[in-house]
Design a protein around this ligand. Sequence first.
Ligand SMILES: [Zn+2]
Length: 249
Amino acid sequence: MNADLERLIVLQRLDSAAHDAQQRLAGQPELERSLEARLESVRQAVADAKLRFAENQSARRLIEKNVATSQGRLSKFRDQLMAVKTNREYQAVQKEIEVAQTEVKEMEEKILERMLEGDELAAAVKRAETELAAQQKASEAERRAMDAEVAELKASLERIGSERAELVRAIAPPVLTMFELVARRRNGVAVSEARNGICTICHVRLRPQVFNTVLRNDQIIQCDTCNRILYFSPAAPATTPDGISQSAQ
Ligand SMILES: [Zn+2]
């Protein structure tokens, strides 16, 4: 194989690997944000559960305070009962006592309801906290994995950078210029495999004469359509039958 063509194939592999690594690095902040958002929604669920529990508790305390007030009135009426002079007065105070007793009874039922509700809400707080603890643990593990990936990507970019610098020095300058020009215009991909008579990137059929030259891998040949530098990989499967049919044309 033409030495520069061989180097260009390696160069392309390095550039594509660097591109992938850069893409993955660029995606990291978004991954971090979504991780943080997931955690934040579980934190919010804990805060909501705690708020509902606190509301239940203060509602219950308010009823308890009202019960105490009604009970104070009840004992005042009972004292009055001792001091009444007439039957009519007695009946009037007795009536007040009954009203207050009914009130207390109703409020006590409400307190019981609030207590039962409070137990459920307290359990919900516990569940939310357990979920948060699990999420925090999972997030930390994910974050560690992300950090490790970032470190690995940066290291591989550095490796690729130095390999590339060394490789580029060995390539004939006009060939390298051609590679870089095509790479700039073609989204970073300047080398394409020709297989079955077709440029495998732009999918356009090559002229038979071009393909036959590419089969030899001894020159720098560009695709007429996408301008990428073409090579032939004899090891690739399914190339031989078409290669034969191509050369028969
Ligand atoms: Zn092409």
